[in-house]
Write a protein that binds this ligand. Sequence first.
Ligand code: GUN
Ligand code: ZN
Length: 426
Amino acid sequence: MAPKLLRSRCLSFSGPPETHAPDYLPDAVVEIRDGFITSVQSAADFSTAGHNLDHCEDLRDCLLLPGFIDAHIHFPQLHILASFGTQLMDWLDSYAFPAETKFADRDYAEAQAEPFLQAMFAAGTTCAAAFTSVHPHSTDVLMQAAHASGMRLIAGKVLMNRHAPPELLDGKDLGLPASRQLIERWHGSGRLQYAVTPRFAVTSTPQQLAGAGQLAVDFPGVYVHSHLSENPGEIAEVAKLFPDASSYADVYDRFGLLTPRSLYAHGIHLSDEERNLLAERGSTVVFCPTSNLFLGSGLLEINRFQNQKLAVATDVGGGTSYSLLTTLAEGYKVCQLNGLSWSPFAALYAATLGNARALDLGDVIGRIAPGYEADLIALKTDTIPVLDNRVAHASSLEEELFACIMLGDERCVARTWVNGNVVMER
Ligand code: GUN
Ligand code: ZN
Protein backbone atom coordinates (compact mmCIF):
# COMPACT_ATOMS: atom_id res chain seq x y z
CA MET A 1 0.00 0.00 0.00
CA ALA A 2 1.25 3.54 -0.76
CA PRO A 3 2.53 5.33 2.33
CA LYS A 4 0.59 8.19 3.88
CA LEU A 5 2.53 11.42 4.08
CA LEU A 6 1.39 14.05 6.58
CA ARG A 7 2.90 17.53 6.59
CA SER A 8 2.35 19.28 9.89
CA ARG A 9 3.92 20.75 12.98
CA CYS A 10 4.99 17.77 15.04
CA LEU A 11 5.77 17.26 18.73
CA SER A 12 6.67 14.20 20.74
CA PHE A 13 9.01 13.19 23.56
CA SER A 14 11.90 10.73 23.70
CA GLY A 15 12.09 10.88 27.50
CA PRO A 16 11.09 13.02 30.47
CA PRO A 17 11.45 16.70 29.54
CA GLU A 18 13.72 17.34 32.55
CA THR A 19 16.40 15.27 30.80
CA HIS A 20 15.27 15.09 27.16
CA ALA A 21 14.49 18.12 25.01
CA PRO A 22 11.12 17.69 23.25
CA ASP A 23 11.30 16.54 19.61
CA TYR A 24 9.63 19.48 17.90
CA LEU A 25 9.57 20.15 14.18
CA PRO A 26 7.67 23.27 13.07
CA ASP A 27 7.28 21.84 9.56
CA ALA A 28 7.58 18.04 9.45
CA VAL A 29 6.73 15.21 7.10
CA VAL A 30 5.57 12.04 8.84
CA GLU A 31 5.40 8.89 6.75
CA ILE A 32 3.05 6.05 7.72
CA ARG A 33 3.10 2.56 6.19
CA ASP A 34 1.08 -0.46 7.25
CA GLY A 35 0.15 1.06 10.60
CA PHE A 36 3.68 2.12 11.54
CA ILE A 37 5.52 5.43 11.45
CA THR A 38 8.34 4.86 8.99
CA SER A 39 9.99 8.26 8.90
CA VAL A 40 9.84 11.70 10.51
CA GLN A 41 11.84 14.52 9.01
CA SER A 42 11.72 18.22 8.38
CA ALA A 43 9.92 19.26 5.21
CA ALA A 44 13.18 20.85 4.06
CA ASP A 45 15.08 17.53 4.42
CA PHE A 46 12.24 15.66 2.71
CA SER A 47 12.41 18.04 -0.21
CA THR A 48 16.23 18.05 -0.36
CA ALA A 49 16.16 14.25 -0.54
CA GLY A 50 14.27 14.63 -3.83
CA HIS A 51 10.73 13.98 -2.59
CA ASN A 52 7.80 16.05 -3.72
CA LEU A 53 6.06 17.93 -0.91
CA ASP A 54 2.91 18.06 -3.07
CA HIS A 55 2.43 14.37 -2.28
CA CYS A 56 1.88 15.19 1.39
CA GLU A 57 -1.47 15.94 2.95
CA ASP A 58 -1.20 19.53 4.14
CA LEU A 59 -1.97 19.72 7.87
CA ARG A 60 0.26 22.68 8.60
CA ASP A 61 -2.50 24.37 10.59
CA CYS A 62 -2.39 21.43 13.05
CA LEU A 63 0.00 20.13 15.68
CA LEU A 64 0.61 16.39 15.43
CA LEU A 65 1.04 14.63 18.75
CA PRO A 66 1.18 10.97 19.73
CA GLY A 67 -2.32 9.74 20.62
CA PHE A 68 -3.14 10.09 24.29
CA ILE A 69 -2.99 7.00 26.50
CA ASP A 70 -5.60 6.65 29.23
CA ALA A 71 -4.12 4.43 31.93
CA HIS A 72 -7.39 3.86 33.83
CA ILE A 73 -11.00 4.07 32.63
CA HIS A 74 -14.24 2.12 33.22
CA PHE A 75 -16.24 0.88 30.21
CA PRO A 76 -19.55 0.29 32.07
CA GLN A 77 -19.52 3.76 33.61
CA LEU A 78 -20.01 5.69 30.39
CA HIS A 79 -23.51 6.77 31.42
CA ILE A 80 -22.76 7.86 34.97
CA LEU A 81 -20.02 10.42 34.77
CA ALA A 82 -21.15 13.62 36.48
CA SER A 83 -23.44 11.96 39.06
CA PHE A 84 -24.15 14.29 41.97
CA GLY A 85 -23.33 14.43 45.58
CA THR A 86 -21.40 11.45 46.93
CA GLN A 87 -17.92 10.21 47.79
CA LEU A 88 -16.45 6.89 46.75
CA MET A 89 -18.28 4.22 48.78
CA ASP A 90 -21.73 5.80 48.39
CA TRP A 91 -21.01 6.68 44.78
CA LEU A 92 -20.28 3.01 44.05
CA ASP A 93 -23.58 1.95 45.66
CA SER A 94 -25.67 4.73 44.15
CA TYR A 95 -24.26 4.95 40.64
CA ALA A 96 -21.43 2.61 39.62
CA PHE A 97 -22.91 -0.72 40.72
CA PRO A 98 -26.40 -0.05 39.23
CA ALA A 99 -24.76 0.99 35.94
CA GLU A 100 -22.64 -2.15 35.90
CA THR A 101 -25.65 -4.35 36.65
CA LYS A 102 -27.10 -3.39 33.26
CA PHE A 103 -24.09 -5.02 31.61
CA ALA A 104 -25.50 -8.44 32.53
CA ASP A 105 -27.38 -8.11 29.22
CA ARG A 106 -24.87 -8.93 26.51
CA ASP A 107 -26.77 -7.00 23.81
CA TYR A 108 -26.83 -3.93 26.02
CA ALA A 109 -23.10 -4.21 26.73
CA GLU A 110 -22.36 -4.75 23.04
CA ALA A 111 -24.31 -1.63 22.08
CA GLN A 112 -22.16 0.47 24.46
CA ALA A 113 -18.78 -0.68 23.15
CA GLU A 114 -18.62 1.44 20.00
CA PRO A 115 -19.86 4.65 21.69
CA PHE A 116 -17.29 4.12 24.42
CA LEU A 117 -14.45 3.77 21.94
CA GLN A 118 -15.74 6.71 19.91
CA ALA A 119 -15.80 8.90 23.03
CA MET A 120 -12.12 8.10 23.53
CA PHE A 121 -11.19 8.67 19.88
CA ALA A 122 -13.08 11.98 19.91
CA ALA A 123 -10.94 13.03 22.87
CA GLY A 124 -7.73 11.93 21.13
CA THR A 125 -7.24 8.79 23.22
CA THR A 126 -5.79 5.98 21.14
CA CYS A 127 -4.89 3.44 23.83
CA ALA A 128 -6.47 2.67 27.19
CA ALA A 129 -6.39 0.34 30.17
CA ALA A 130 -10.05 -0.33 30.88
CA PHE A 131 -12.12 -2.03 33.54
CA THR A 132 -15.11 -3.85 32.06
CA SER A 133 -17.81 -5.32 34.32
CA VAL A 134 -17.89 -8.58 36.25
CA HIS A 135 -19.63 -10.23 33.28
CA PRO A 136 -17.14 -12.01 31.00
CA HIS A 137 -19.07 -10.98 27.88
CA SER A 138 -18.44 -7.32 28.74
CA THR A 139 -14.75 -7.98 28.11
CA ASP A 140 -15.52 -9.90 24.92
CA VAL A 141 -17.63 -7.13 23.40
CA LEU A 142 -15.12 -4.42 24.24
CA MET A 143 -12.17 -6.45 22.94
CA GLN A 144 -14.10 -7.22 19.74
CA ALA A 145 -14.91 -3.56 19.14
CA ALA A 146 -11.32 -2.49 19.86
CA HIS A 147 -10.03 -5.17 17.52
CA ALA A 148 -12.36 -4.00 14.75
CA SER A 149 -11.12 -0.43 15.14
CA GLY A 150 -7.45 -1.43 15.36
CA MET A 151 -7.13 0.15 18.81
CA ARG A 152 -4.48 -0.94 21.29
CA LEU A 153 -6.42 -1.86 24.43
CA ILE A 154 -5.71 -3.44 27.79
CA ALA A 155 -8.90 -4.69 29.45
CA GLY A 156 -10.18 -7.28 31.87
CA LYS A 157 -13.20 -8.70 33.58
CA VAL A 158 -13.76 -7.25 37.04
CA LEU A 159 -13.34 -9.70 39.92
CA MET A 160 -15.67 -9.14 42.90
CA ASN A 161 -17.05 -11.67 45.34
CA ARG A 162 -18.21 -9.63 48.33
CA HIS A 163 -19.55 -6.23 49.40
CA ALA A 164 -21.35 -5.49 46.14
CA PRO A 165 -24.91 -6.28 44.94
CA PRO A 166 -25.38 -10.09 44.70
CA GLU A 167 -25.99 -9.95 40.94
CA LEU A 168 -22.51 -8.45 40.49
CA LEU A 169 -20.64 -11.08 42.45
CA ASP A 170 -18.52 -13.88 41.07
CA GLY A 171 -19.70 -17.31 42.18
CA LYS A 172 -17.99 -20.22 43.91
CA ASP A 173 -15.32 -20.44 41.23
CA LEU A 174 -14.32 -16.85 42.14
CA GLY A 175 -14.49 -15.73 38.49
CA LEU A 176 -11.12 -17.37 37.89
CA PRO A 177 -11.93 -19.89 35.13
CA ALA A 178 -13.69 -17.13 33.17
CA SER A 179 -10.67 -14.86 33.61
CA ARG A 180 -8.41 -17.68 32.44
CA GLN A 181 -10.52 -18.21 29.31
CA LEU A 182 -10.54 -14.49 28.55
CA ILE A 183 -6.75 -14.32 28.90
CA GLU A 184 -6.37 -17.24 26.52
CA ARG A 185 -8.80 -15.66 24.06
CA TRP A 186 -7.53 -12.08 24.07
CA HIS A 187 -4.11 -11.56 25.63
CA GLY A 188 -1.64 -10.90 22.82
CA SER A 189 -4.26 -11.12 20.10
CA GLY A 190 -3.24 -8.31 17.74
CA ARG A 191 -3.08 -5.10 19.77
CA LEU A 192 -5.13 -6.47 22.67
CA GLN A 193 -3.80 -7.36 26.11
CA TYR A 194 -5.47 -8.60 29.26
CA ALA A 195 -5.48 -7.19 32.78
CA VAL A 196 -6.44 -9.33 35.77
CA THR A 197 -8.85 -6.89 37.43
CA PRO A 198 -9.74 -7.33 41.12
CA ARG A 199 -11.86 -4.19 41.65
CA PHE A 200 -10.28 -3.30 45.01
CA ALA A 201 -9.50 -5.09 48.26
CA VAL A 202 -12.95 -4.30 49.67
CA THR A 203 -14.82 -6.40 47.10
CA SER A 204 -12.63 -9.52 47.05
CA THR A 205 -12.08 -12.20 49.63
CA PRO A 206 -8.49 -13.28 50.36
CA GLN A 207 -9.23 -16.41 48.30
CA GLN A 208 -10.18 -14.36 45.26
CA LEU A 209 -7.13 -12.09 45.59
CA ALA A 210 -4.93 -15.21 45.88
CA GLY A 211 -6.54 -16.57 42.70
CA ALA A 212 -5.92 -13.28 40.92
CA GLY A 213 -2.26 -13.37 41.98
CA GLN A 214 -2.00 -16.93 40.68
CA LEU A 215 -3.32 -15.81 37.27
CA ALA A 216 -0.55 -13.20 37.11
CA VAL A 217 1.96 -16.01 37.78
CA ASP A 218 0.39 -18.46 35.33
CA PHE A 219 0.21 -15.92 32.51
CA PRO A 220 3.41 -13.85 32.59
CA GLY A 221 2.86 -10.59 30.75
CA VAL A 222 -0.75 -10.02 31.80
CA TYR A 223 -1.39 -6.80 33.65
CA VAL A 224 -2.93 -6.40 37.10
CA HIS A 225 -5.38 -3.51 37.30
CA SER A 226 -7.05 -2.28 40.49
CA HIS A 227 -7.66 0.63 42.87
CA LEU A 228 -5.60 1.60 45.91
CA SER A 229 -5.82 4.15 48.71
CA GLU A 230 -8.33 6.50 47.16
CA ASN A 231 -10.64 7.49 50.01
CA PRO A 232 -10.37 7.46 53.83
CA GLY A 233 -13.60 5.43 54.22
CA GLU A 234 -12.31 2.82 51.80
CA ILE A 235 -8.94 2.62 53.58
CA ALA A 236 -10.64 2.09 56.97
CA GLU A 237 -12.75 -0.70 55.46
CA VAL A 238 -9.67 -2.45 54.03
CA ALA A 239 -7.92 -2.24 57.42
CA LYS A 240 -10.96 -3.94 59.00
CA LEU A 241 -11.20 -6.64 56.35
CA PHE A 242 -7.47 -7.47 56.34
CA PRO A 243 -6.36 -7.01 59.97
CA ASP A 244 -3.14 -8.98 59.45
CA ALA A 245 -1.86 -6.74 56.67
CA SER A 246 0.48 -3.93 57.62
CA SER A 247 -1.00 -1.54 55.06
CA TYR A 248 -3.39 -1.33 52.11
CA ALA A 249 -0.51 -1.86 49.64
CA ASP A 250 0.62 -4.85 51.72
CA VAL A 251 -2.78 -6.49 51.15
CA TYR A 252 -2.07 -6.65 47.43
CA ASP A 253 1.57 -7.60 47.98
CA ARG A 254 0.60 -10.60 50.12
CA PHE A 255 -1.28 -12.01 47.15
CA GLY A 256 1.41 -11.35 44.53
CA LEU A 257 -0.54 -8.49 43.01
CA LEU A 258 2.25 -5.91 43.01
CA THR A 259 3.99 -6.71 39.74
CA PRO A 260 5.91 -4.55 37.24
CA ARG A 261 2.75 -4.68 35.15
CA SER A 262 0.38 -3.63 37.95
CA LEU A 263 -1.65 -0.44 37.62
CA TYR A 264 -3.15 1.00 40.79
CA ALA A 265 -5.52 3.91 40.36
CA HIS A 266 -5.29 6.80 42.86
CA GLY A 267 -2.75 6.01 45.64
CA ILE A 268 -3.57 9.37 47.20
CA HIS A 269 -3.15 8.44 50.86
CA LEU A 270 -0.19 6.04 50.63
CA SER A 271 2.47 6.14 53.33
CA ASP A 272 6.17 6.42 52.46
CA GLU A 273 6.52 2.68 53.23
CA GLU A 274 3.73 1.83 50.80
CA ARG A 275 5.23 4.02 48.08
CA ASN A 276 8.61 2.36 48.63
CA LEU A 277 7.02 -1.06 48.43
CA LEU A 278 5.33 -0.17 45.12
CA ALA A 279 8.66 1.20 43.83
CA GLU A 280 10.47 -2.00 44.82
CA ARG A 281 7.91 -4.09 42.99
CA GLY A 282 7.92 -1.79 39.95
CA SER A 283 4.17 -1.20 40.16
CA THR A 284 2.50 1.95 38.85
CA VAL A 285 0.26 4.44 40.63
CA VAL A 286 -2.23 6.14 38.33
CA PHE A 287 -3.03 9.82 38.95
CA CYS A 288 -6.72 10.50 38.18
CA PRO A 289 -7.20 14.21 38.95
CA THR A 290 -10.72 14.85 37.64
CA SER A 291 -11.96 11.85 39.60
CA ASN A 292 -10.03 12.74 42.74
CA LEU A 293 -11.51 16.23 42.74
CA PHE A 294 -15.01 15.17 41.74
CA LEU A 295 -15.31 12.42 44.37
CA GLY A 296 -13.55 14.60 46.96
CA SER A 297 -10.90 11.90 47.37
CA GLY A 298 -7.87 14.13 47.85
CA LEU A 299 -4.86 15.69 46.16
CA LEU A 300 -2.17 13.28 44.96
CA GLU A 301 1.29 14.67 45.63
CA ILE A 302 3.00 13.71 42.39
CA ASN A 303 6.34 15.12 43.54
CA ARG A 304 6.49 12.20 46.01
CA PHE A 305 6.63 9.79 43.06
CA GLN A 306 9.83 11.04 41.47
CA ASN A 307 11.63 7.69 41.38
CA GLN A 308 8.52 5.63 40.87
CA LYS A 309 6.20 4.72 38.06
CA LEU A 310 3.35 7.19 37.80
CA ALA A 311 0.73 7.26 35.06
CA VAL A 312 -2.18 9.62 34.43
CA ALA A 313 -5.78 8.78 33.56
CA THR A 314 -9.35 9.98 33.30
CA ASP A 315 -11.05 7.33 35.50
CA VAL A 316 -14.35 7.94 33.70
CA GLY A 317 -16.98 7.66 35.25
CA GLY A 318 -15.57 8.81 38.63
CA GLY A 319 -13.62 11.14 36.37
CA THR A 320 -15.60 13.82 34.61
CA SER A 321 -13.99 14.00 31.17
CA TYR A 322 -12.70 11.67 28.48
CA SER A 323 -10.20 14.35 27.52
CA LEU A 324 -6.62 13.89 28.65
CA LEU A 325 -6.17 17.63 28.01
CA THR A 326 -8.85 18.39 30.60
CA THR A 327 -7.34 15.74 32.87
CA LEU A 328 -3.93 17.42 32.65
CA ALA A 329 -5.53 20.81 33.37
CA GLU A 330 -7.13 19.47 36.55
CA GLY A 331 -3.84 17.73 37.34
CA TYR A 332 -2.10 21.08 37.08
CA LYS A 333 -4.53 22.57 39.62
CA VAL A 334 -4.09 19.63 41.99
CA CYS A 335 -0.32 20.16 41.79
CA GLN A 336 -0.73 23.90 42.39
CA LEU A 337 -2.54 23.12 45.63
CA ASN A 338 0.45 20.96 46.56
CA GLY A 339 2.93 23.74 45.81
CA LEU A 340 4.12 22.33 42.48
CA SER A 341 3.71 23.75 38.97
CA TRP A 342 3.36 20.88 36.49
CA SER A 343 4.99 22.07 33.28
CA PRO A 344 3.10 21.59 30.02
CA PHE A 345 5.95 19.52 28.57
CA ALA A 346 5.97 17.25 31.64
CA ALA A 347 2.19 16.88 31.53
CA LEU A 348 2.07 16.07 27.81
CA TYR A 349 4.98 13.66 28.22
CA ALA A 350 2.98 11.96 31.00
CA ALA A 351 -0.11 11.51 28.79
CA THR A 352 1.94 10.04 25.92
CA LEU A 353 5.34 8.37 26.31
CA GLY A 354 5.19 8.49 30.12
CA ASN A 355 2.01 6.45 30.18
CA ALA A 356 3.34 4.16 27.44
CA ARG A 357 6.37 3.42 29.61
CA ALA A 358 4.23 2.83 32.69
CA LEU A 359 2.31 0.27 30.61
CA ASP A 360 5.58 -1.30 29.44
CA LEU A 361 4.75 -0.17 25.90
CA GLY A 362 7.33 2.61 25.61
CA ASP A 363 9.00 1.02 22.57
CA VAL A 364 5.70 0.61 20.77
CA ILE A 365 3.46 3.64 21.29
CA GLY A 366 3.63 7.14 22.75
CA ARG A 367 6.09 8.70 20.29
CA ILE A 368 6.14 10.01 16.77
CA ALA A 369 9.31 8.28 15.64
CA PRO A 370 10.25 5.58 13.12
CA GLY A 371 9.21 2.10 14.21
CA TYR A 372 6.41 3.28 16.49
CA GLU A 373 2.81 2.31 15.88
CA ALA A 374 0.95 5.11 14.10
CA ASP A 375 -1.41 6.28 16.85
CA LEU A 376 -1.61 10.03 16.33
CA ILE A 377 -3.76 13.07 16.85
CA ALA A 378 -3.92 16.43 15.10
CA LEU A 379 -4.65 19.33 17.45
CA LYS A 380 -6.24 22.49 16.09
CA THR A 381 -7.29 25.44 18.22
CA ASP A 382 -9.78 27.29 16.00
CA THR A 383 -12.77 25.27 17.23
CA ILE A 384 -12.43 27.02 20.61
CA PRO A 385 -12.33 30.80 20.07
CA VAL A 386 -11.07 31.61 23.58
CA LEU A 387 -8.19 29.16 23.11
CA ASP A 388 -7.47 30.31 19.57
CA ASN A 389 -7.28 33.88 20.74
CA ARG A 390 -4.95 32.96 23.61
CA VAL A 391 -2.67 30.91 21.37
CA ALA A 392 -2.41 33.78 18.89
CA HIS A 393 -0.73 35.72 21.71
CA ALA A 394 1.60 32.94 22.88
CA SER A 395 5.27 33.72 22.52
CA SER A 396 6.63 30.18 22.88
CA LEU A 397 5.65 26.59 22.18
CA GLU A 398 5.44 25.96 25.92
CA GLU A 399 3.03 28.85 26.40
CA GLU A 400 0.89 27.60 23.51
CA LEU A 401 0.79 24.06 24.91
CA PHE A 402 -0.12 25.28 28.36
CA ALA A 403 -3.06 27.19 26.87
CA CYS A 404 -4.12 24.04 24.97
CA ILE A 405 -4.08 22.09 28.24
CA MET A 406 -5.91 24.70 30.30
CA LEU A 407 -8.46 25.85 27.71
CA GLY A 408 -8.60 22.89 25.34
CA ASP A 409 -10.56 19.65 25.38
CA GLU A 410 -11.89 17.18 22.80
CA ARG A 411 -13.06 20.05 20.60
CA CYS A 412 -9.49 20.81 19.58
CA VAL A 413 -8.75 17.24 18.48
CA ALA A 414 -9.28 17.61 14.74
CA ARG A 415 -8.37 14.07 13.78
CA THR A 416 -7.38 10.79 15.42
CA TRP A 417 -5.43 7.97 13.76
CA VAL A 418 -5.27 4.50 15.22
CA ASN A 419 -2.78 2.08 13.72
CA GLY A 420 -2.40 4.47 10.79
CA ASN A 421 -6.13 4.74 10.05
CA VAL A 422 -8.37 7.72 10.69
CA VAL A 423 -10.94 6.78 13.35
CA MET A 424 -12.30 10.29 14.10
CA GLU A 425 -12.40 13.51 12.17
CA ARG A 426 -14.05 16.75 13.19
N1 GUN B 1 -12.79 1.88 43.73
C1 GUN B 1 -13.42 0.72 43.50
N2 GUN B 1 -14.19 0.79 42.40
C2 GUN B 1 -14.04 2.01 41.90
C3 GUN B 1 -14.57 2.68 40.76
O1 GUN B 1 -15.35 2.14 39.98
N3 GUN B 1 -14.18 3.98 40.59
C4 GUN B 1 -13.31 4.60 41.43
N4 GUN B 1 -12.97 5.86 41.19
N5 GUN B 1 -12.80 3.98 42.50
C5 GUN B 1 -13.16 2.71 42.74
ZN1 ZN C 1 -11.43 3.63 38.67
